[in-house]
Write a protein that binds this ligand. Structure first.
Ligand SMILES: [Zn+2]
Ligand SMILES: [Zn+2]
Length: 472
């Protein structure tokens, strides 16, 4: 039997189980390093399917590795299940109605992401069990993709050292294969310590930590003129030192996210940002503690894997949507801002040229967008891509134009459009894994390409050696 049909049939036969997992994880909505229920659920399911499961790896209680089979090749799927802070939202409602205000929600669709990777692993496992494939299939349950780069700790712990190929995907509103280049990204806390005093009675006895934060931010904002265009630096003042203007603030803290195309460039910028912090401390007579808490590397693309994704995606698309599903997507298109609409129009022009107006009539973009997707964000899939040939793709699970990291993503995360996307992603992951299980030369070509792209560069040492995964 054709392996497309065989793998698709396995996934279809178990689809209700996968929907149940995805919906439950959507409901748990657990953010970074708190994915206790989500990881337990995946671990229990994989165990029930005959996988050997280790939950709690790489100093991360909510990370898991599940494998089936033996020997080479070892092919891994990268699952995620973390939610985003403050994005609680009711399902299927096209207006912002939180289930519980201030609580978390699946604003990046990782309930679908992780479940499709798990489904692909289960489908491949069935073929190994039937003796139709030889090798090891592995599911990595990776926590804290958002904000803390959970995979970076798994890479550091050596969990990918014997892996030959890694595959994954991301939900979105375009069907497209990713190329090179998410941005490398590190996060750093700068905590200033000063001296408190009466701001009017004894200002000369105070040393303001808040002044230091402000001066540091000003310094960094001037620095922007003198850094590469592609770099991005963001900050959030986490602690202003209190709410009383008549007390000199003795403690203040700012969290920086520093991004650039390559991790080496990020480390250079990190030094310069830290110089701004040290300069601000000197100016204000305060002291600064610098604590880096994460390191996301840039993604090294892989044309060998990406080529297989493209060819296989073309065989799996288009997805068969019902009139109700198209109407559902249209309803959500009515809930985006004018800015998002303008961005959607730009995307349509870029992709369809003079046929842009026709494309904009389609509430779900049901075709493969040619070429490579380029991400302006960051992902810890990058860390894996430095040690294992890795590639990823996007499959539409959302109405075209839906903004990322927004309540609209949460709202659509349990719908049938999302679920059809999830199953398509699972099939694409499984059939592509099949290509590598059955062709040693293809595995070698992907490895050769990674070596070529690295040009002898070693894996960057951007994660502080003594840093443990932490909730912050
Ligand atoms: Zn995200
Ligand atoms: Zn994501």
């Amino acid at each position: 039997m054709d392996h497309f049909k065989e793998l698709s049939d396995i996934i279809e036969a178990k689809k209700e189980e996968f929907f149940d997992l995805s919906d439950k994880i959507w409901g748990f909505a657990e953010s970074r390093f708190q994915e206790f229920e989500s990881s337990k659920l995946d671990a229990a399911y994989l165990e029930s399917q005959g996988f050997k499961v280790k939950l709690g790896v790489a100093d991360e209680d909510t990370a898991l590795v599940a494998e089936y089979g033996s020997g080479k090749p070892v092919i891994g799927f990268l699952g995620e299940y973390d939610a985003l802070s403050g994005l609680s939202q009711q399902a299927d409602v096209a207006e912002h109605v939180p289930i519980q205000a201030g609580c978390d929600g699946h604003g990046c669709g990782h309930n679908l992401l992780g479940t499709a990777d798990l489904a692909a692993a289960v489908a491949v496992k069935e073929l190994i069990e039937q003796g139709k494939l030889k090798g090891t299939v592995r599911f990595y349950g990776c926590p804290a993709e958002e904000n803390a780069a959970g995979k970076s700790f798994m890479v550091r712990a050596g969990l990918f050292d014997d892996c030959d190929i890694c595959l994954t995907w991301h939900p979105g509103w375009m069907n497209q294969v990713n190329g090179n280049g998410s941005l490398a990204n590190i996060r750093v806390f700068y905590t200033f310590h000063g001296l408190s005093s009466h701001a009017a009675g004894a200002p000369h006895l105070g040393r303001s930590a808040l002044d230091a934060v402000e001066l540091m931010d000003v310094g960094v904002n001037y620095m922007r003129e003198h850094m590469i265009d592609e770099a991005r630096i963001h900050y959030a003042i986490i602690n202003t030192g209190g709410t009383a203007p008549n007390v000199v603030q003795s403690e203040a803290q700012v969290l920086y996210a520093i991004r650039a195309p390559r991790v080496g460039q990020v480390m250079e910028l990190f030094d310069r940002v830290s110089d701004c912090a040290r300069g601000a401390a000197l100016m204000t007579g305060t002291r600064v503690d610098i604590k880096q808490v994460s390191a996301c590397y840039d993604c090294i693309g892989n044309d060998v894997i990406a080529g297989r994704f493209m060819e296989n995606m073309d065989k799996l698309l288009p997805i068969d949507y019902t009139e109700e599903e198209l109407a559902y997507a249209k309803k959500f298109q009515g809930a985006i801002t004018e800015l998002d609409r303008a961005s959607l129009k730009n995307a349509a022009k870029r992709i369809a040229g003079k046929d842009a107006a026709k494309l904009l009539e389609q509430p779900i973009w049901n075709f493969r967008v040619p070429g490579y997707a380029k991400s302006g964000g960051s992902t810890d899939v990058g860390n894996v891509s430095w040690v294992v040939p890795t590639a990823q793709f996007g499959i539409a699970t959302l109405a075209a134009g839906t903004p990322g990291h927004a309540w609209q993503v949460v709202a659509q995360g349990k719908g049938s459009v999302a679920k059809k996307g999830m199953l398509t992603a699972a099939k694409l992951l499984a059939v592509t894994a099949f290509d590598f299980f059955t062709d040693e030369k293809l595995v070698q070509a992907a490895k050769d390409e990674l070596a070529q792209r690295l040009e002898g560069e070693t894996v960057p040492d951007a994660l502080p050696r003594d840093l443990k995964p932490m909730i912050w």
